[in-house]
Design a protein around this ligand. Structure first.
Ligand code: SF4
Length: 323
């Protein structure tokens, strides 16, 4: 049987940091204020950018965590990207860093001078639990003034969030009360995957599929090796699927089964084989899960977060302990 392999890189991004001002309940990388304030170093940036370029990727987006929380670190990363000839498609930001217009304009002009012309501005009820919408308005206004393009993510929620007091944060319970429970519960069908913290949140709200049905349908999983939307983080983890890492030096060749046993199992046999491996170590399955990915993440959380297995592939470990 073939071993998994990442042959080329098409479209992806870097995760400069995992710490964040917020702990959004849908966060696919499980960021929060409790992560260490580590930020991608120049040396790591150089290594990653060289590898990306060598494997066919010459434009990227920048995300986190909240990348703007360490502006000097972000500037250093952008300088390295410019020197490596890598174009920045956009930087993702939750707007929490906004203090006043003068400070925002100075930051935006600095980013523009380093080749950034678009800011992805997060807007959703999940973000609004932590960030008053007024800050989003203020960052958008500063972008307009600076001539920075805005990529509103997700623009469809702009009018809904605006209906509540923009000077305050609002809990999801308030959203339930104002728009009805389906407003939040329908989001996974549109844009949220059951990964990271989202699975923990939605498993208490949505109907679960019986384990037997999930196993019947779940075949080998090759998604982590489709390189149309990958990430590489500040620790040098290539992440085709969050929490299932490949070391930079192992890209471009078949993965060693001993170093990447769970990735190999998933690739060759699927989540059912991962379940058997976890059960052999004491995992007790639930009756149902949201999806095959939810099951997969629960199994990895058991192996890494609960058993504390040392592993090159189940990284970063905070993904499993900080949900
Ligand atoms: S969570 Fe597991 S099953 Fe889902 S895409 Fe990732 S590796 Fe595949």
């Amino acid at each position: 049987m073939q071993n998994p392999q990442v042959k080329h890189l098409y479209s992806g991004g870097v995760i400069t940091n995992y710490y964040c001002s917020s702990k959004c309940k849908h966060c696919s990388v499980a960021s929060s204020p409790s992560w260490a304030k580590d930020y991608m170093t120049r040396e790591m940036a150089r290594k990653i950018l060289r590898r990306m370029r060598g494997m066919g990727c010459d434009s990227i987006h920048v995300g986190g965590g909240e990348p703007m929380l360490n502006f000097e670190g972000l500037k250093a990363f952008l300088e390295e990207a410019r020197d490596a000839g890598i174009m920045i498609e956009y930087i993702e930001s939750n707007s929490s860093w906004y203090r006043d217009e003068a400070d925002a304009l100075q930051k935006l002009h600095t980013l523009q001078a380093l080749g950034v012309d678009t800011l992805l501005i997060s807007m959703s009820p999940f973000h609004n639990e932590y960030i008053p919408f007024q800050k989003v308005h203020d960052v958008m206004a500063a972008c307009r003034k600076a001539g920075m393009r805005v990529f509103p993510w997700i623009s469809e929620y702009f009018g809904d969030i605006n209906q509540l007091d923009v000077c305050k944060t609002h809990t999801l319970a308030e959203y339930d009360a104002h728009f009805g429970r389906r407003f939040i519960d329908d989001m996974p069908r549109q844009w949220i995957g059951f990964t990271g913290r989202a699975a923990q949140f939605y498993k208490t709200r949505l109907a679960l599929t019986p384990l037997s049905q999930i196993l019947k349908k779940a075949g080998p999983c090759h998604k982590p090796y489709q390189t149309g939307h990958f990430h590489i983080d500040l620790y040098g983890n290539y992440l085709g699927c969050q929490g299932l890492a490949i070391a930079l030096e192992d890209l471009g060749k078949p993965l060693d089964e001993e170093k990447y046993p769970y990735s190999t199992l998933l690739y060759q046999k699927g989540v059912g084989a991962l379940l058997e491996a976890a059960q052999a170590k004491g995992y007790q399955p639930e009756k149902g899960y949201l999806s095959a990915c939810h099951l997969c993440i629960e199994l990895r959380r058991f192996l890494s977060g609960q058993l504390g297995e040392e592993s090159r592939e189940l990284q970063p470990t905070g993904y499993y302990t900080k949900v």
